[in-house]
Design a protein around this ligand. Sequence first.
Ligand code: ARG
Length: 447
Amino acid sequence: MSRFSEPQHPVFRELNTSLGFDRRLWPQDIAQSRAHAKMLAAQGIIGEEDRDAILEGLDKVEAELRDGTFPFKEDDEDIHMAVERRLTEIIGRPGGKLHTARSRNDQVATDVALFTREAAVDAQRLLTVFMETLVEVAERHIDWPLPGYTHLQRAQPVYLSHHLLAWFWMAQRDRERFKAVEKATKVLPLGAGALAGVNFDTDRRFVARELGFDDVAPNSIDAVANRDFVLDYLAAAATCATHLSRLGAEIVLWASSEFNFLTLPDAWSSGSSIMPQKKNPDAAELLRAKAPRIVGHLQALHGVMHALPLTYNKDLQEDKEHLFDSVDTLRLCLQSATGMIAGARFNREAMAEAAADELIAATDLADLLVKQGTPFRECHGIVAGLVREAVESGRSLAEVAVPKLGEAAREVLARSSWLESKDSEGGTALRRVREQLEKARAVLAEE
Ligand code: ARG
C-alpha cells in the first residue's frame, strides 16, 4: 500500500533524488547498518537469526556496490533506500526489520558525520605530507637569500628557508582546524529517530562504540537538524584552500621570466597549443582559482542552513554536493601543492641578485643611526633623503651614505649582515631559522 494515489511527476523525481551523488556514502551506510543491526539484536529488538541474515545480506550488497554490479533502480530515491531495497530483495522479510528504531533523518546525519570524519582525517594526513616536504625543502635551501616583499615591492631580504616555513605554520594551523572538525564529527546522531527519539529500548552507546564515535548526541531534535560538522569542514577547507591560493600565486610569479626564482618540474607544467616555447604553471594557477570554489560551497551551505526551522528539512540534502566537491577539490590542491614544492628548482643566483639590491637595506641603515642615539623617526627621514639622493643621482646608496655616515654604514650595506642582524625570535637570521626548523620538526613528531 502507498499513501499516494498517483506516481511522482518525473521532474519532481529528478529534483528530489540524491542517488546521483549520495551513492558514494555507501561504505558509511553499510557500516552504520551493520552496527545498528547488531545493536538491535543485542537489545532483543530483533532476533539473532534476523541479525545474521541482515549481516550476511549486507555483505552481499557491499560486494555488489564495491565491484559495480549493484542494480540501482529508477525509483531508488537515495542510497539509503537503495541499500535497504536490495537487502530485502536478497534476504527477504528480515531485510524489512533493519529500519526498526531508525529514520532516514538520523541515518543520513550519521553517514555524513562518518564521511566528514574520514575527510578531516585525510586532510590532516595530506597536510602532514605537505609540511614534511616544506621542512625538507627549507633545509636544502637554508641560507639562500631572496627579497621579502610587501606590496610586492622588495622590502627586506630573507632566507628562502624562512619564506618556505611561513607556509609550514599556515598548514599547521589548518591541521589544527581539521583536528577540531574531526572531533565535531564524533557525536553520534543515530538513535534520534525521525526527531523525537524512538519507541524501543536501544543502546546508542553500543552503536557509538562500533562506529568510533566518542559520545551520543544528547538531544534528538538537535541530532537530526545539525550539520555544523559539515560547516566546520567547509570552513577549515576554505581557509586551507585560501592559503594554497596564495602559494599558487607566488609560484606563478616566481616561475615567470620576470622573477625567474624557480623552475617547475615538467611533471607539474603544461605547454601551449600555439606557442612552442611556453611552459605554463597551470597547476599553480589552478591552486589560485580553486579556493573561491570551496569558499562558495561554504557560503552556499550557510545559505541552506540559514533560518531553517527545526528539525530535518529536505533542504539538508543539499549539504552533500558542497561537501563532496570540497573534499575532492581540497585533496587535489594539497597533493599538487606538495608536488610542486617538492619538485621546484630554485634559482639561487636570480634570488640573490634581487636580494642584493642595496636599497633593500635602507631600514638597516636607519637602525644603525638609532643605535647611535638618534630617534627612529628622524633616522627614517635621514635615510629617505639619502635614498632619494642616490636614486636621483644614479649613484649607489653606499656611495652616498658612507661619506656622510662613516664606515659603519658600509658594513651595514654588506649583504649578509642585512639578514644575520634579524636575530629577534621568529626572525630570518640563520640561528633563528634553525630554531624554527627544530620547532617544526617537533610539531611533526608530536602527531
Ligand atoms: N536523501 C536524504 C538526504 O540526503 C535522506 C534523508 C531523507 N529524509 C526524509 N525525511 N525525507 O537528506
